[in-house]
Design a protein around this ligand. Structure first.
Ligand SMILES: [Zn+2]
Ligand SMILES: [Zn+2]
Length: 111
């Protein structure tokens, strides 16, 4: 069972977010990927889960200007491209982990 409680959340340089989970696992996600995976209704169809946002429309250099914990279960980012309506549940963030260890368990992205 994966742990979805972050022990610490920090910004690495201006490009990445590092989350250390309570089980000691570390997830590093770059902000461009986070922005492209935005789960808000303007970026993703709420019913089909299909992406509305064109990933190419997001510049690689996009950064988060702030990150706030929402209700103890999610993170909300304000991105430098002006977008900030996405709520990223910790579970989603952990499932976005692309480290070698997690890459062996793909296909768990359906909710
Ligand atoms: Zn969005
Ligand atoms: Zn991982």
């Amino acid at each position: 069972m994966l742990n979805f409680t972050p022990r610490s959340i920090e910004k690495v340089e201006d490009t990445d977010l590092r989350i250390t989970w309570e089980d000691g696992h570390e997830t590093v996600l770059d902000f461009a990927t986070l922005r492209r995976q935005c789960p808000c209704a303007a970026c993703k169809d709420e019913w089909t889960g299909e992406a509305i946002l064109d990933p190419k429309a997001v510049p690689d250099a996009v950064a988060a200007t702030r990150a706030d914990v929402v209700g103890n279960y999610a993170l909300a980012f304000a991105f430098s491209d002006g977008h900030g309506t996405g709520i990223y549940p910790f579970e989603l963030l952990r499932k976005m982990c692309r480290c070698v260890e997690c890459a062996y368990h793909p296909g768990s992205e359906t909710n």
